[in-house]
Design a binder for this molecule. Structure first.
Ligand code: F0G
Length: 445
């Protein structure tokens, strides 16, 4: 096969996967997918991505690469509903932390890997805040189809994620700089060395990530919710969700499209600034990119770098920005930003329900709460918050939130403007003495 491109060689814009639906023969009803449940022994039916292959028909069934991704949990969460202030039964968590590498990235990686194999690639690369790299490293290690080369900003990745890349044997390049620097470099390097790039600028990643929405619909018996709320970093997920709904709508497979809320961290809020503050819109593809260019020049002139405890979304130059604008148009979307304090409080509330998540994921719940307080989300709206990554990805942030050690709290969180841990579950220190232990249990339980 020829050259592998992720961007148009003339205008530099990202490519999109477009299907000839007449030839692809999509299902007539989403219910048709239910018949595949009984065939779970077949890897493509077991996979929560490839079960929906007829909605991402870029390869033949024999070409699929799967490690069993997409076995996720959709949970009604009434305690979180109370926190967000919607009615019981109205708030759901789509828990993508159950994927084999612990984040939603596996959905897209299985699709990108499938395409990479179709092109005969032997090496695959990404820049990452940690989850893409963990996922790539895992697919390489499990399938032995390719070698992983990953680029991470130094000191910018949580230990849970770094440990995965190292454990799974990826060539791990620590760059002095942040994710935005690493992203720019990896594009250059993969072009130069002909390495297959698996960041979400790769349109096949987004094809896989559409399946997150298919599973949400499946869990709701194909009745679309009112809202999908998702954290925004590089904006691959939000772009993929918008594409999924645009296609479902065009194919007549859903009665309506949910609204999309993309939530930035306040310290990495490019989408919020450009969409909500400066009014940028998709505008039929005629996006006023000079507005974005001006914004990035301002960031450069003042040397502003992304900074948030939610390291997964510590990104100022989201590569899928334009596709996300398209998704926001498709889904009548809104963008909000939430502080690290709001993120960690929401994360503690999610954790208290037993479905723990990493900080970036909790931005969705914090964002839903904010939108509810602004009256944008109504009390009886059905809201799905996507929890993008597993709780164990970033234990440092969690432990610092719950700690009794003020120095630890200040070092990890105080430096980021977090002042309180309102929902902390503090460990109880007791001497090794039976009487004291019993006293403590009586006192606290
Ligand atoms: N949540 C988590 C846990 C993530 O790891 C990421 C992105 C996002 C949200 C944002 O998603 O980019 O689709 O808007 N992590 C990337 C990485 C950048 O390298 O692992 P997005």
């Amino acid at each position: 096969m020829g050259q592998v491109l992720v961007a148009c060689q003339r205008c530099g814009d990202l490519l999109d996967v477009v299907y000839d639906w007449e030839r692809a023969r999509p299902p007539r009803s989403l219910r048709e997918f239910e018949s595949l449940w009984g065939r779970r022994r077949e890897p493509a039916c077991y996979s929560g991505v490839w079960r929906f292959q007829r909605l991402l028909p870029f390869c033949s069934p024999e070409e699929i690469v799967t490690v069993g991704e997409g076995q996720t949990l959709f949970q009604r969460a009434d305690a979180v509903a109370r926190y967000v202030d919607v009615q019981p039964g109205c708030l759901f968590l789509q828990y993508e932390g159950m994927n084999p590498s612990g984040s939603f990235k596996d959905n897209g990686m299985s699709a990108a890997f499938t395409h990479a194999r179709m092109t005969g690639a032997t090496r695959a690369a990404c820049a990452s805040t940690g989850n893409t790299s963990a996922s790539l490293a895992m697919y390489c290690a499990m399938t032995r189809l390719m070698k992983a080369v990953i680029f991470i900003g130094s000191g910018k990745i949580s230990y849970g994620k770094l440990s995965q890349a190292l454990d799974y044997g990826a060539l791990t390049v620590q760059l002095s700089g942040d994710f935005d620097d690493a992203m720019a470099r990896v594009r250059e390097i993969s072009g130069e060395l002909g390495i297959y790039l698996v960041n979400s600028i790769n349109p096949f990643r987004l094809e896989g990530q559409k399946s997150i929405m298919f599973r949400v619909l499946e869990a709701l018996a194909w009745d679309p919710p009112d809202w999908i709320v998702v954290p925004g970093g590089n904006l691959g997920n939000s772009s993929a969700f918008g594409k999924a709904f645009a296609e479902l709508k065009m194919l007549g497979l859903v009665p309506r499209v949910p609204r999309l809320a993309v939530i930035n961290a306040a310290g990495a809020d490019t989408l919020y600034q450009l969409y909500e503050q400066r009014g940028m819109r998709w505008n039929g593809g005629h996006t006023a990119m000079q507005v974005a260019d001006g914004y990035f020049r301002e960031l450069d002139a003042t040397d502003q770098k992304a900074s948030t405890i939610a390291s997964a979304i510590e990104i100022n130059r989201p590569v899928n920005f334009r596709k996300c604008l398209r998704a926001l148009e498709t889904c009548d979307g809104v963008v909000r930003r939430v502080t690290d304090q709001e993120i960690l409080d929401a994360k503690a509330q999610v954790g208290a329900g037993g479905v723990g998540c990493e900080p970036a994921s909790a931005a969705s719940v914090a964002g839903a709460k904010l939108l509810r307080s602004q009256g944008v989300i109504a009390a009886d709206d059905r809201v799905v918050c996507v929890l993008t990554g597993h709780q164990l990805k970033d234990p440092t942030a969690t432990v610092a939130y719950h700690t009794t050690d003020q120095d630890q709290f200040n070092q990890v969180l105080g430096s980021r403007g977090v002042r309180r841990a309102s929902y902390a579950n503090r460990a109880v220190a007791v001497p090794n003495d039976l009487g004291e232990i019993i006293k403590a249990i009586r006192l606290y339980s």
